[in-house]
Ligand binder design. Structure first.
Ligand SMILES: Nc1ncnc2c1ncn2[C@@H]1O[C@H](COP(=O)(O)OP(=O)(O)O)[C@@H](O)[C@H]1O
Ligand SMILES: [Mg+2]
Length: 349
């Protein structure tokens, strides 16, 4: 097949950031978590090589409005989409939207599902409608006074439309109304978007890869997160610090275990709830879903990641590849399986 890998590289995002500011963007003024989501050259190369190893004709392309020119010249059979974009609440929908417009098959979820999952509050509203457990929450909007009563603390404050632990810091956990209000106001200013306050679930946390469509949906081995590996005094969350500062390639935290040690009942419950979430959000092809137990031991959905990170180096903590590896897939085997799943959905040979 002819495949275009559509990505958002760290360099590409920096360029976009500079362009927006008319070229003026000294490094030191860029917030530390700004490029948390960009793909590294190494990841991009590894994905291209993985797809080529299966005999596909693959080119990589920065996600941009120029992509349709390549549609016209290269005539791809499929776009492998990992592009997360930088600006706006619909940034993850951009490439799928272009593909829809030009009638090009693409991997992963459609523009609507990507936009909904990027907005944690909207996704939770759908989960709640289908009675799928998720932490109690309230959303606060720019230009509105933060009115907060009867919320069950401790809670966590998060920007509503970010990922990769962007905006989730060790001090995002709040214990009372005053601190919560301050944090919410600070977050609205900083991230320029609504902010979600969620009841903080203290139970064990898991992240679960799911792939396939319809009756072929399959849950990969569950990954558990062990917070005792974080520095002393750190809150038990997978924060920006945990993901990007405390867990490095040179000194990886032994924070993930796969397969998770679980009793059969809990394992089944987690598998059930992630499958339900995958279905009601109409995920396509693949997704990584974060789950945490509430005080009654019930698995709750924290969020869905329909563009799961796929770092190639097993020493780096990247959970979808880790789960796939545990299930017996090599890196290339995993990515080519995503291609197969998408191709089957479109009825491609
Ligand atoms: N309601 C919550 N209760 C407990 N922990 C939470 C809650 N929300 C987020 N967290 C913690 O913060 C981490 C990041 O939050 P998440 O919503 O998954 O954002 P991201 O999109 O950045 O991954 C989670 O993996 C979890 O450790
Ligand atoms: Mg998450």
């Amino acid at each position: 097949m002819k495949i275009i890998l559509a990505y958002s590289s760290k360099e590409g995002l920096l360029q976009e950031y500079r362009d927006r500011l008319g070229g003026y963007a000294p490094e030191e003024e860029i917030p530390a978590d700004f490029f948390a989501e960009g793909d590294s050259r190494e990841t991009i190369k590894a994905i291209i090589n993985a797809l080529r190893s299966k005999g596909h004709n693959v080119i990589g392309m920065e996600a941009s409005d120029l992509m349709h020119n390549t549609f016209n010249s290269f005539h791809p059979d499929l776009v492998f989409n990992i592009a997360e974009g930088l600006y706006g609440d619909f940034r993850e929908s951009y490439i799928p939207m272009l593909c829809e417009k030009y009638n090009i098959p693409y991997t992963g979820s459609d523009p609507l599902t990507l936009a909904i999952c990027l907005n944690k509050a909207r996704a939770k509203e759908i989960l709640s409608y289908y009675l799928i457990p998720n932490p109690a929450f309230k959303v606060f909007y720019p230009l509105q006074e933060v009115y907060l009563q009867n919320f069950d603390f401790p809670a966590i404050v998060k920007p509503v439309s970010e990922g990769s632990s962007k905006g989730i810091f060790n001090d995002s956990i709040v214990d009372n109304v005053q601190v919560a209000r301050k944090k919410i106001e600070e977050n609205i200013r900083r991230y320029n978007q609504p902010v979600i306050l969620e009841k903080f679930l203290k139970g064990d946390e898991y992240t679960v890869g799911v792939w396939g469509n319809g009756d072929e949906m399959e849950v990969l081995p569950i990954v558990s997160i062990n917070y005792s590996t974080l520095p002393e005094g750190a809150h038990p969350i997978y924060s920006y610090e945990a993901k990007w500062l405390w867990d490095t390639r040179d000194k990886p935290l032994e924070i993930f275990q796969c397969p998770a040690t679980l009793n059969p009942t809990l394992k089944e419950r987690i598998e059930e709830v992630v499958k339900e979430a995958y279905q009601v959000l109409q995920i396509k092809d693949w997704c990584r879903i974060d789950v945490r137990l509430d005080e009654n031991g019930i698995p709750n959905i924290l969020e869905l990641n329909p563009l799961p990170g796929v770092l190639p180096d097993p020493k780096e903590n990247s959970c979808f590849p880790k789960a796939a590896r545990t299930a017996g897939y090599s890196y290339a085997g995993m990515l080519n399986k995503v291609v197969e799943i998408a191709a089957k959905r479109y009825g491609l040979a």
